[in-house]
Design a protein around this ligand. Structure first.
Ligand SMILES: [Zn+2]
Length: 145
């Protein structure tokens, strides 16, 4: 798979070793790239397939992938800690409803404005904005009143 190869080369550029656990982790995330995968599911999957891997090393590998902007960490109300693939995407802002757990991607144009404002106000450029808003969706806001 092309994306897999692309990302493996990113790891190599950053002097990261390509261990079987990392390879399996990357493939699993790519196979589920349109969803937010719960941490627990990732751990179960890797533990079933890679001999001698433990939870803390899986977690460390997720941290590595997070720091390389391959994945984003999210806290979802019903799923807990999750990871979302973002490597070749430019939209990775989310609105999450605290009541029903509905997760929506943010409007990219809105965030382009925020990036411009960061540049104008703080002189800060090329910010890799990865924003998550927690609140209530329209439906839940109505029923909670
Ligand atoms: Zn809701």
């Amino acid at each position: 798979m092309k994306k897999h190869r692309d990302f493996i080369s990113v790891l190599k550029t950053n002097n990261m070793r390509i261990t079987p656990a990392r390879r399996a982790l990357i493939q699993y995330i790519l196979d589920n790239q349109n969803t937010q995968i719960p941490l627990k599911e990732i751990q179960d999957f890797i533990e079933d397939r890679v001999v001698g891997v433990n939870r803390s090393s899986i977690y460390r590998n997720l941290e590595v992938l997070k720091n390389l902007d391959f994945i984003q960490e999210l806290k979802l109300p019903q799923k807990g800690k999750c990871f979302q693939y973002i490597f070749d995407r430019n939209v990775h802002h989310f609105y999450i409803c605290k009541a029903c757990g509905k997760t929506n991607k943010g409007n990219n144009q809105l965030f382009e404005k925020i990036e411009k404002a960061l540049k104008n106000v703080h002189g800060f450029s090329k910010a890799n904005l990865s924003l998550v808003f927690y609140g209530f969706c329209e439906k839940c806001a109505k029923t909670s009143n």
